[in-house]
Design a protein around this ligand. Structure first.
Ligand SMILES: Nc1ncnc2c1ncn2[C@@H]1O[C@H](COP(=O)(O)OP(=O)(O)O)[C@@H](O)[C@H]1O
Ligand SMILES: [Mg+2]
Length: 250
């Protein structure tokens, strides 16, 4: 079982899009996938066509100690979701109480045989993200291929380093470049710099900026349901394979 948190305190870099589509790509391969929507905005929940206003989920697990299992919804074949829940934002307000991270970690221990557990995160570096980091062994950082894309990365890495020092061990980290425009040199620069700073940690596949990825969540569809033969579906299917095989750029 692999447990991966998708994090970046910058919004709009493609965290939720990446969780949605790699989760479904892996589920379509027959792997058993659990996704957790750790963002109070609940875009992952909505993107999987579940009405966020109707459900409890991680809020009840983190605030009331309820079991995750009680809140799992089978949203596709082989793909299960624990929704955000309307009270999830209270976790940030209430702060670092009662070992919520440890509780989350404990509740992810394999009572069910998941191949992958993927956690979507809010665009912050607060308590919700810290709780996710407790529960996982790996992190995946989407970096958007634009001017500000790289700016938050060094801050993120130092936050992460502080967390790992407290934790006493490191988390494997990988990067994926998202929202890439082939005709813009800026995107290539972001990719080259990221590779130079983090050799062997940038996944091989680059996710292009493609309209289908922006449109499909509005239909409650993953890219594979919206149009399985489109270039965006190819990008995310290949990225999912990179993750399975840990294929990185040199
Ligand atoms: N590769 C892409 N091409 C086109 N639109 C994208 C792409 N990735 C994300 N988007 C769109 O950009 C917006 C932000 O993406 P999202 O995944 O929600 O980012 P985050 O979760 O990091 O805030 C969404 O409207 C999403 O549909
Ligand atoms: Mg998001």
């Amino acid at each position: 079982m692999r447990k991966i948190a998708i994090i970046n305190q910058k919004g709009g870099v493609g965290k939720t899009t990446t969780v949605l589509n790699i989760a479904h790509a892996l589920a379509l391969q027959g792997k058993r996938i659990l996704v957790l929507d750790m963002d109070p905005q609940a875009h992952l929940t909505a993107g999987l066509n579940v009405n966020p206003r109707d459900c409890t989920g991680l809020d009840a697990a983190l605030l009331d100690g309820e079991s995750l299992k009680a809140h799992m919804l089978e949203v596709r074949n082989n793909l299960f979701l624990v929704p955000a829940g309307v009270r999830l934002c209270d976790v940030e307000i209430l702060g670092a109480a009662e070992g919520r991270g440890e509780r989350l970690r404990a509740s992810l221990l394999p009572e069910q045989d998941w191949d992958f557990i993927l956690i979507d995160s809010p665009p912050s570096a607060g308590m919700l993200v810290m709780n996710s980091l407790y529960a996982v062994d790996e992190i995946l950082i989407p970096v958007s291929a634009d001017y500000f894309g790289l700016q938050g990365v060094s801050y993120l890495m130092s936050t992460l380093k502080n967390f790992e020092d407290k934790l006493g061990h490191t988390l494997q980290h990988r990067f994926v470049v998202t929202r890439f425009h082939r005709r813009r040199t800026l995107g290539k620069e972001v990719l080259e710099k990221l590779q130079a700073y983090f050799p062997h940690a940038v996944l091989q596949t680059v996710i292009r900026e493609l309209a289908a990825l922006a449109v499909s969540p509005g239909f409650g569809q993953t890219i594979f349901e919206y149009d399985a033969s489109c270039p965006a579906a190819k990008d995310y299917a290949t990225l999912a394979e990179d993750i399975v095989q840990d294929r990185t750029k040199p």
